[in-house]
Design a protein around this ligand. Structure first.
Ligand SMILES: Nc1nc2c(ncn2[C@@H]2O[C@H](COP(=O)(O)OP(=O)(O)OP(=O)(O)O)[C@@H](O)[C@H]2O)c(=O)[nH]1
Ligand SMILES: [Mg+2]
Length: 294
């Protein structure tokens, strides 16, 4: 383990956010070897991980921004991990999130980080899993993981989150039918945002009906919100914090299915990196054939 990582970890644990930022960057470079550190392997405390997922543009970042205004009054140390599915390299969305969250960027108790998804399949990157462990290790109370609900990343957010929130908007109504199979089952809480537009109540009822019909879905709350006229925001913020009381975070961290999900993602990410190195060496048909000679 590099001394650099240990030294950033110590100062970050004393509350220095700049060291925490450097720690995350160092972890991104070093990869899973950071799991050798006890604080990463078996964290003594756990940050409450809230996954916020849903289709593009439904207002996830705006909602988080509003929740932060409420939660920061409670003196909570909060992290935000915005997972950008569009491209691991494009700066666009990342800058976009900086702007959206900018109200809180200077808060000493709030830490914001954006990162890309893993490879072409778009799951959570190895760095995301390791960074989440860093939030545990450095005494964060709450970590919000924003992911766009498309494909693999949405399924993987279940591996890491203690609470999964699915955000929809009235216009999502048509797609509830299509989503039922996946989304209805993963949500611990639904938010129907943009209720300043028509159809929010109908969507809430549609979700509730879908839950009642599904054999594997639990009955979970559906909160209607609008960030424009502050409707339902404090109710949702309160429900999210209250849900923490019936969860066992320590148990979630040692849950076999979750650990295997993490192992799978870390392994896949290592294999994908290795594959990319081979792929970059292909300059001709001969090179391609030679790759698979043995
Ligand atoms: N009418 C209305 N617009 C909203 C509401 N909340 C957010 N918006 C707008 O919806 C747009 C998208 O909001 P974001 O918070 O960026 O949505 P997002 O889900 O984070 O988007 P991605 O991260 O790109 O998937 C912005 O223009 C917001 O101003 C709302 O309650 N009502
Ligand atoms: Mg967003």
């Amino acid at each position: 383990m590099s001394d650099e990582i240990e030294s950033y970890l110590r100062t970050a644990q004393r509350g220095d956010m700049l060291s925490f930022a450097r720690l995350l960057t160092a972890i991104e470079r070093s990869g899973p070897q950071v799991l050798q550190l006890n604080e990463f392997k078996k964290p003594k405390a756990q940050a409450y991980r809230v996954g916020i997922t849903g289709p593009p543009g439904v207002g996830k970042s705006t909602l988080i921004n509003e929740f932060l205004k409420i939660w920061k009054l409670k003196d909570l140390k909060i992290g935000i991990l915005a997972v950008d599915p569009t491209s691991p390299i494009s700066q666009g969305a990342i800058l976009g999130d900086r702007v959206r969250y900018s109200t809180h960027a200077l808060d000493k108790n709030i830490f914001i980080r954006s990162l890309g998804t893993r490879g072409s399949l778009g799951g959570l990157s190895a760095a995301a899993y390791l960074m989440l462990r860093a939030f545990d290790a450095c005494g964060f109370d709450l970590v919000l993981v924003e992911t766009v609900g498309v494909g693999q990343v949405e399924v993987e957010v279940m591996n890491v989150a203690d609470l999964v929130i699915v955000v929809l908007v009235p216009e999502s109504g048509d797609s509830v039918q299509a989503m039922k199979a996946g989304i209805i089952e993963i949500a611990d809480l639904f938010i129907v945002n943009k209720c300043d537009r028509p159809g929010a109540l109908a969507l809430k009822q549609e979700i509730e009906a879908a839950q009642a019909l599904s054999e594997s879905a639990r009955k979970v709350d559906v909160v209607i919100t609008s960030t424009i006229n502050a409707e339902g925001i404090s109710d949702a913020a309160e429900k999210i914090l209250a849900a923490r009381n019936s969860l066992n975070l320590a148990e979630n961290r040692t849950n076999l299915q979750r650990l295997r999900g993490e192992a799978r993602a870390l392994w896949r990410s290592r294999l994908e990196e290795e594959a990319e190195k081979h792929i970059a060496n292909v300059h001709s048909a001969d090179d391609l054939a030679n790759l698979f000679k043995q």
